[in-house]
Design a protein around this ligand. Structure first.
Ligand code: E4P
Length: 227
């Protein structure tokens, strides 16, 4: 299983990259805005260079099919490790599966995004997407059972040998991460604050404190023995 960081914050990306626990980066226009990356192309280039050869996903920002293709091509040209996120439908309900296939065939790696159901995963995989992004938190917001969707999607993708890798995003807790891992997600994309929560445990800190204190006590006893 791979872990991606769901962030456009260069410092956070670099930190987790140096820990050796992330395999890629995902972003979306809201993450860019929150992390203060207003010049998308410049920001993406910096991240792409930093994590090279790991992949970074960046999303198109239009409802128009022709513009989606143009944006996707421009974004993909920014770096060889750039993956372009195409929503499975636009905000008016126009399906984007045709664009996904067209882009993949022309050499652009596509992450089919804003996926909320197993059905959309099936269609995005059939269209040829390299990645299919399920928004687990948003599925749960609407009363859906995300772990169930993950299990059925991974089983189906693997049974029929589709190339699409399932990315589970929209993480809202460490519990969501563990549920996605148990359900068999190929990749989980995690916001930095949940990576920090996942890394830390109060009892680990207390245990280390206890061991260091005891080793100091042993040194003190040794020192006393010498005199
Ligand atoms: C990642 O690919 C998604 O864009 C992201 O995880 C969505 O998260 P949200 O539902 O918290 O906005």
């Amino acid at each position: 299983m791979k872990i991606y960081i769901d962030s456009a914050n260069l410092k956070e990306i670099e930190k987790w990259l140096n820990y050796g626990v992330i395999d890629g980066v995902t972003t979306n226009p809201s993450i860019m805005l929150k992390d203060g990356v207003y010049d998308v192309e410049a920001g993406i280039k910096k991240i792409a260079r930093l994590i090279d050869p790991l992949p970074i996903s960046v999303e198109v920002t239009t409802n128009d099919s022709k513009e989606m293709i143009e944006q996707a091509r421009r974004l993909a040209a920014l770096g060889h490790n750039i993956v372009v996120k195409i929503p499975v439908e636009n905000e008016f309900g126009v399906p984007c599966y045709g664009l996904i296939g067209q882009l993949e065939k022309s050499g652009v790696t596509v992450n089919a995004t804003a996926i909320m159901s197993f059905g959309q995963i099936i269609l995005a995989a059939k269209a040829g997407a390299s990645y299919v992004s399920l928004f687990a938190g948003r599925v749960a917001d609407e009363g859906g059972n995300s772990p169930e969707v993950i299990v059925e999607s991974v089983e189906w993708l693997e049974h029929w040998e589709y190339k699409s890798q399932l990315i589970v995003g929209s993480i809202r807790s460490v519990g969501d991460i563990l549920n996605a891992a148990t359900a068999g997600a190929h990749i989980i994309t995690i916001p930095p604050q949940y990576l920090s929560k996942m890394a830390d445990h109060k009892y680990t800190r207390e245990t280390v404190k206890e061991f260091i204190a005891d080793s100091k006590s042993a040194l003190k006893i040794m020192g006393q023995g010498k005199t």
